[in-house]
Design a protein around this ligand. Structure first.
Ligand SMILES: Nc1ncnc2c1ncn2[C@@H]1O[C@H](COP(=O)(O)OP(=O)(O)OP(=O)(O)O)[C@@H](O)[C@H]1O
Ligand SMILES: [Mg+2]
Length: 234
């Protein structure tokens, strides 16, 4: 993938992204003119020290957090120039997020959690038989079909992470962003979640960006970069 990293038409590209937070009037500079290109179908690992800004970068790349300046370009268009309604639509259709802390809704069943993204699609038919069948198929793929009617609070950490992977794939997104998908799991469960992640990435022909501290995750991706001092170092 090194050669394709120079392809002039990447799926996702950010240019000169700056992002800072204000915390009790203290300025925290996180991203300092960061630029990155990711090709369609590529898998990329982002590593870096705790607090380096990896989650911030993932949120910026996935349309969840607007940078102070700079551009994030997906398929040739700047996602932060879209209206918030169109950006939400883009997010629902093109991006799947696997969060480190799962973010499953406790009042819904696992099946309903997995189906949620389908409900935020334009023209969504809520509860349609097709959505249900697809959600169940995904739950089967991650070994959770029998837990479909359980609440997330009744599942172990590894099961919740697998459910959140199924949810991220519900809308067949072209871009999958995973923030420390094995961070809270023991090594056996973590390896199982990774197997599903990479297997489904291939099957769905996705572009994958994964943030991790884990070298064995990095070894499975095409490319690895480091986030240091607010910029990417290869
Ligand atoms: N909403 C926020 N408000 C204020 N500061 C924030 C906010 N989000 C993140 N930060 C700060 O920005 C910096 C980068 O945070 P971020 O979560 O991106 O780091 P990270 O590289 O993902 O770290 P970790 O490996 O521990 O998950 C940290 O110093 C953090 O305290
Ligand atoms: Mg983080």
């Amino acid at each position: 993938m090194t050669e394709s990293a120079n392809n002039p038409n990447p799926l996702l590209q950010c240019d000169q992204v700056f992002k800072q937070y204000l915390l009790f009037s203290k300025r925290i500079e996180v991203l300092h003119g960061l630029s990155l290109k990711v090709q369609a179908g590529e898998s990329l690992t982002i590593m870096g020290a705790s607090g380096a800004g990896k989650s911030t970068l993932l949120h910026v790349l996935g349309g969840l957090d607007k940078p102070d300046s700079g551009q994030v370009i997906f398929n040739g268009g700047d996602i932060y120039r879209l209206s918030s309604r169109r950006r939400s639509q883009w997010l629902a259709e093109e991006v799947g997020f696997v969060f480190q802390s799962y973010h499953l809704l406790p009042e819904l069943s696992i099946m309903e959690n997995v189906m949620l993204p389908a409900m935020s699609r334009k023209g969504a038919v809520h509860n349609s038989a097709r959505n249900r069948a697809h959600a169940l198929e995904l739950l089967e793929r991650v070994g959770l079909a029998e837990r479909a009617q359980h609440r997330s609070t009744e599942l172990s950490g590894g099961e919740q992470q697998r459910a959140s992977l199924a949810r991220a794939l519900m809308n067949r997104p072209s871009l999958l962003l995973a923030d420390e998908p094995t961070g809270n799991l023991d090594s056996t469960t973590g390896a199982l979640v990774l197997d599903y992640l990479f297997e489904l990435k291939e099957e769905y022909e996705q572009t994958l960006i994964v943030v991790t501290h884990n070298e064995s995750v990095a070894e499975r991706t095409d490319r690895k970069v480091f986030l240091r001092d607010g910029v990417i170092c290869s």
